[in-house]
Unconditional design. Structure first.
Length: 735
């Protein structure tokens, strides 16, 4: 059995509204003192290092003082001295000296907005890392996640005995997850011993990093059955503490092509989620935790996470929480259907990814679930054909962010995904709580209906933003989907709950609306817009005294109004190339013509906008000199094709005309103009690769996209990449 990780809030952190009222007075006295001490410490600290992850493997360039470092310094507006790299490849950059908080925030914002930067944050100090390890001391486990250095062959017949001798504990190799190997120790160990063994293994010259596998838990308070209506969803509408959802809906109600992954306890069918659930996966590897009779399988149904008294660390008995269903409802419960509640995104699809079961879930399973959610292929698991643009992690536990989990976050960000994490419910500094303390994630704290810090919410400088999740008093709980079963699933129901688990989905849902409005946004830009449009905390509570609760309270309406639609964000001289999809044909089509779009939008014969686009030029006079015309062909239903084909290659255009005369008819020799990659697939500066995919069928349809999550999804669907270089690049879109 591995040590535990929970869905956000440990069992000890669960409070009913009655318990809340009993302990509120004592909490105010104690927590206010603690928070004030936290302010003093936070203000006294001086950030001396930044951690920064770039999109490609160019760390050596920055370390050597190359062009990348000059670019980063220009963005930051200050001298940056490389001091090394982290175990996962992020740059460590020393600041020239003490920097005012306002100037540092501005520099971080400029760096985060640059497309070359995946994420940037303030490097944690050694004391913070020590506390993170100390907080996890009560756990026990039996596994390690180990990555070998690049170029080291996984010859486990030699490596396993060598590693066992180094740590003095027998171990075996259980399986591989991406580039990471799961090692099982012969006996259970304390969290401290696991950390010591990991550090000892990292001294081996073949090892890149090693992480203890700890357990995480759902970050929520148990919901109680209820029968709510939309007017009870104060978290969406309250003028003081709500997120201004109706203003957001006036601008964007979401896109059916948007996928939001809920990595959680699984999701149950519910009438209010009809048509919104994609095929997911169950990543709980321990059959004794999964309660479905096996380990990993293709059924992400929530089998119940109830526990008897004394289980899972000696806590009292608890009924099943139906936590993943609750979270999914906050994001995507069908609005305007005469049932229950309204989710924040009216159209996005939910990808249920089960990683939490009886007594929570392990780092190992969560790591694997995150990779799969972002589209990475996992051995023995069917490819995810719907990679998530937003990944919601309403889970966590004490400890540092493991290197493997950090790499999973980096991988998701590199594909263009946004990762949202609940801060946790321990009334403690979030810097000691994983994965909320991972770099690159959007860490969400919770506030109550009065616009002040919720009594259970973690706090600290690592909180990015706060969203409403209630305190549990009368009218101060969050309403969502649930189930009436106390152990195993029963009938669909509605329920109430509090916890940072239920603030994070509101940020995830807002991010999905923003990406539907402009799919070219990077994760860093999403965070910048979210933080730049927050409302101030109410009153004079602890959140107004220092940077403890994030920059402010989520305002989805303001975030959407500050998100320039992709169709209006084209570079100078460029126009959007808008994508359409026909599900009956499984065909994609794209156009720059406003007249053509108007006809498709009104009479599309099954073609609907996907929300995706890239940019090109309608007029070569307003374009770079290197652009080439894109010719467009059409082959009709009589040819058993009924599809269009686009190419910027003059040779390919000529070949199609000559080879397929009478089949493919030339509709335009220059439907738009665009730059193209070199033979190696490299695009010019200030452009993004446009990838081309072929369905490899008789009906010969292609798809073109700049989106890396789309690229993964098409490859997972077995569409064939076509184009220049190893990544099959067809065009180069201006940005």
């Amino acid at each position: 059995m591995s040590p535990s990780l929970s869905a956000s809030g440990s069992n000890a952190g669960r409070f009913s509204s009655i318990t809340f009222m009993r302990y509120w007075t004592l909490f105010v006295l104690c927590s206010t003192m603690m928070l004030l001490v936290g302010v003093t410490k936070a203000q006294a600290e001086t950030a001396i290092n930044l951690r920064l992850m770039v999109r490609s493997n160019t760390s050596a360039d920055a370390t050597a003082g190359g062009a990348l470092l000059a670019r980063l310094e220009a963005l930051a507006g200050m001298k940056l001295t490389p001091t090394g790299t982290t175990k996962t490849g992020a740059l460590l950059l020393a600041l020239p000296g003490p920097v005012a908080a306002r100037d540092l925030a501005a520099a971080l914002g400029r760096l985060r907005d640059d497309r070359a930067v995946l994420w940037v944050d303030i490097a944690p100090q050694s004391e913070t890392l020590r506390k993170a390890r100390t907080k996890a001391t009560g756990q026990r486990g039996q596994k390690l996640l180990l990555r070998l250095k690049d170029g080291v062959a996984p010859e486990w017949s030699t490596l396993a005995p060598r590693f066992a001798q180094r740590v003095g504990v027998a171990l075996s190799v259980e399986r591989q997850i991406g580039n990471v190997w799961v090692l099982r120790l012969a006996e259970m160990q304390s969290a401290d011993t696991l950390a010591d063994l990991a550090a000892l293994l990292e001294t081996d010259e073949a090892v890149q990093y090693v992480d203890p596998v700890l357990r995480r838990f759902a970050q929520a308070q148990a919901p109680a059955p209820n029968d709510p209506l939309f007017d009870q969803q104060w978290n969406l509408t309250d003028s003081v503490s709500g997120i201004n959802a109706q203003a957001a809906w006036a601008l964007q109600k979401g896109s059916a092509s948007m996928t939001v992954a809920v990595v959680d306890t699984g999701v149950l069918p519910h009438p209010d989620l009809a048509g919104r659930l994609l095929p997911g996966y169950d990543f709980i590897s321990d059959p004794s935790r999964s309660r479905d009779g096996d380990g990993r399988d293709a059924n992400p149904r929530d089998e119940g996470d109830w526990m008897d008294a004394g289980e899972c660390g000696g806590f009292p008995a608890e009924p099943s929480s139906w936590h993943g269903t609750f979270v999914a409802g906050l994001i995507a419960a069908n609005p305007d259907n005469g049932l229950g509640i309204a989710g924040l995104d009216w159209n996005a699809k939910i990808l249920p990814v089960r990683a939490l079961g009886h007594c929570g879930g392990t780092d190992e399973d969560i790591f694997e679930a995150m990779l799969w959610a972002s589209g990475a292929q996992i051995a023995g698991v069917p490819p995810n054909q719907n990679p998530a643009k937003v990944i919601n992690l309403s889970l966590g536990g004490f400890g540092a962010c493991g290197n493997a989990v950090q790499e999973a976050v980096d991988d998701a960000l590199a594909q263009g995904s946004v990762v949202v994490v609940a801060a946790g419910n321990e009334t403690d500094d979030v810097s000691t709580f994983a994965p909320a303390n991972c770099s690159g994630v959007i860490t969400v704290g919770a506030h109550n209906r009065l616009g002040n810090l919720a009594f259970y919410s973690n706090f600290g400088r690592r909180i990015d933003i706060s969203a409403p999740a209630g305190d549990g008093g009368t009218g101060d709980s969050v309403i969502s989907l649930s189930n009436d079963g106390t152990t195993i699933p029963g009938a669909p129901a509605y329920g109430e709950g509090i916890g940072t688990s239920f603030s994070a989905p509101l940020v995830a849902g807002t991010a999905s609306l923003m990406l539907a409005r402009n799919p070219t946004l990077t994760a860093g830009r999403v965070l910048s817009i979210l933080q730049g449009t927050t409302r101030d905390f109410a009153g004079t509570g602890p959140c107004r005294l220092g940077n403890l609760c994030g920059i402010g309270m989520l305002d989805a309406g303001s975030a959407l109004s500050s998100t320039v639609p992709g169709t209006q964000a084209a570079p100078v001289g460029a126009v959007p190339v808008v994508e359409y999809y026909n599900a009956d044909l499984d065909h994609y089509f794209m156009t720059t013509s406003a007249a053509e779009m108007a006809v498709l939008d009104a009479f599309g014969n099954g073609f609907q906008r996907t929300g995706y686009l890239f940019y090109a030029y309608a007029d070569p006079i307003r374009a770079p000199a290197s652009v080439r015309p894109v010719c467009r062909f059409y082959a009709g239903p009589s040819q058993q094709i009924n599809s269009h084909f686009f190419t910027a290659s003059a040779a390919e255009c000529q070949f199609v005309q000559q080879r397929w005369l009478g089949v493919w008819g030339l509709e335009s020799a220059a439907v738009f103009y665009i730059q193209v990659p070199d033979d190696a697939g490299a695009c010019p500066a200030d452009t993004l690769p446009v990838y081309r995919f072929f369905n490899n069928r008789r009906d010969a349809n292609h798809r073109y996209s700049i989106d890396l999550s789309v690229r993964r999804g098409m490859i997972n669907r077995a569409w064939v990449p076509e184009g220049s270089g190893p990544n099959a690049v067809a065009f180069c879109s201006p940005i």
